[in-house]
Design a protein around this ligand. Structure first.
Ligand SMILES: [Zn+2]
Ligand SMILES: [Zn+2]
Length: 152
């Protein structure tokens, strides 16, 4: 994808840019993502931590309840509430909420996770990578599929 990619929250208080190629893009259909996005699924773009730079404003962080000891922070705009990213302790990448990117026209996810709780009207394509739960390969296949495709 052409870098940098820019994005921001709904009210414009927060603006950011992505300066490193994303590692993958997928949809998560878990119930937590449904609630967080107030929609049917979440759209996650994995980006190395130092590939995300805030140009304007700074997100507020809150600790999400995950049931595990690993801290998972939700980064959001405290003026309009838009979720920008999730940051899980120990992971090399942030999960950027891809719907906050300015250019959403070519955001084509390569797979879907937690489809066991997906809404039953959601249609998948034959070549999508589909996971009933969380990927058991450390997201390797999702990253490999992403890097093998053109994202012009
Ligand atoms: Zn905002
Ligand atoms: Zn999820």
């Amino acid at each position: 994808m052409k870098l940098p990619m820019r994005g921001g929250c709904q009210c414009g208080a927060i603006r950011y840019e992505i300066t490193k190629q994303p590692m993958t893009l997928y949809c998560c259909h878990c119930t937590a993502c449904q609630q967080q996005s107030s929609s049917a699924f979440g759209m996650s773009m994995l980006v190395e931590r130092d590939g995300l730079r805030f140009l304007k404003g700074a997100p507020t962080a809150f600790a999400m309840e995950t049931g595990s000891k690993t801290a998972k922070m939700g980064l959001f705009c405290d003026a309009c509430g838009t979720r920008i990213a999730h940051d899980t302790e120990g992971k090399p990448a942030l999960s950027l909420k891809a719907g906050t990117l300015d250019d959403r026209a070519r955001l084509r996810p390569v797979g879907h996770i937690w489809v066991r709780s997906a809404q039953d009207w959601v249609a998948f394509r034959d070549d999508d990578l589909i996971y009933e739960n969380a990927p058991d390969d450390g997201y390797f296949a999702l990253m490999e599929r992403w890097s093998s495709q053109e994202h012009a």
